[in-house]
Design a protein around this ligand. Structure first.
Ligand SMILES: CC(C)(COP(=O)(O)OP(=O)(O)OC[C@H]1O[C@@H](n2cnc3c(N)ncnc32)[C@H](O)[C@@H]1OP(=O)(O)O)[C@@H](O)C(=O)NCCC(=O)NCCS
Length: 220
């Protein structure tokens, strides 16, 4: 399902379970040597997805190790993102993007108290006016996670939940306006992102893909 919200210049792979027999590189094994089973499974299947996505770009299997502040380390010339939640794992990679962010969450309301901690008052007011059928609170959270995953490789610094203002279009897109100075990207200050969202199969998925060059198939 993630490919439905990614442009053709971003390759992806996903899994709804943890297939047996997934092998890790020794460097990856070392990272999760002491991890609990749940973490081991999501880490391993996400690497499996990442290698499938890299294969779509014609790239050979390679270790994908957590780097600075947990951001995944991709082969040279590649950017990408990883997500995992109960019942879902995915990776998206590109050689034609400046940055990519993806996130998946169960399509359920956020636990009590979380929305206030991860949103601006204006965002809460806006999602309260949107139609039912979508757990907008969870979607807002997921989109903010995608924003962070796209932001971090460019800025290499923290971005708080209150530092971007997200607005959703019920047709399946969103905008994120940065409320703090962004990094300089291709000679211009980054001021925000556009993204896409989808609810299907009991999941919320969100994505951001910023092309390296202006593209006719991209609105931003
Ligand atoms: C890092 C974070 C975004 C991960 O999101 P999550 O919903 O908790 O978990 P997901 O399963 O979807 O994603 C986990 C993956 O995110 C990636 N990730 C972790 N840190 C990252 C970073 N600094 N930059 C980019 N990607 C990162 C990793 O690939 C990780 O998987 P891995 O450890 O198996 O490699 C989240 O835990 C976090 O710290 N959020 C706070 C910052 C934030 O969201 N700000 C909002 C800005 S509007």
């Amino acid at each position: 399902m993630i490919e439905k919200i990614l442009p053709p210049w971003v390759a992806s792979a996903e899994s709804f379970d943890d297939p047996p027999g997934v092998t890790l590189f020794p460097e990856e094994e070392a990272v999760i040597a002491r991890a609990v089973d749940k973490r081991r499974r999501e880490f391993a299947t996400a690497r499996h997805c990442a290698r499938q996505a890299l294969a779509h770009l014609g790239l050979p299997p390679t270790p994908i190790l957590p780097g600075e502040r947990g951001a995944p380390g991709w082969p040279g010339g590649v950017v990408g993102a990883i997500t995992h939640c109960a019942g879902y794992r995915a990776a998206a990679v590109s050689r034609d993007a400046l940055t990519v962010g993806i996130d998946a969450e169960p399509h359920e309301p956020l636990p009590d108290g979380v929305l206030d901690a991860v949103s601006l008052e204006a965002e809460r007011a806006a999602i309260a006016r949107l139609d039912g059928g979508v757990h907008w609170d969870r979607l807002l959270f997921s989109a903010k996670e995608s924003v962070y995953k796209a932001w971090f490789p460019l800025a290499r610094r923290w971005l708080g939940f209150e530092e971007a203002h997200l607005v959703f279009d019920p047709s399946g897109t969103f905008t994120a306006r940065l409320l703090v100075p962004g990094p300089s990207v291709a000679g211009r200050e980054l001021t925000g992102f556009t993204g896409r969202w989808l609810v299907a199969d009991g999941l919320v998925v969100t994505s951001i893909a910023v092309p390296e060059r202006p593209r006719p198939d991209h609105a931003a």
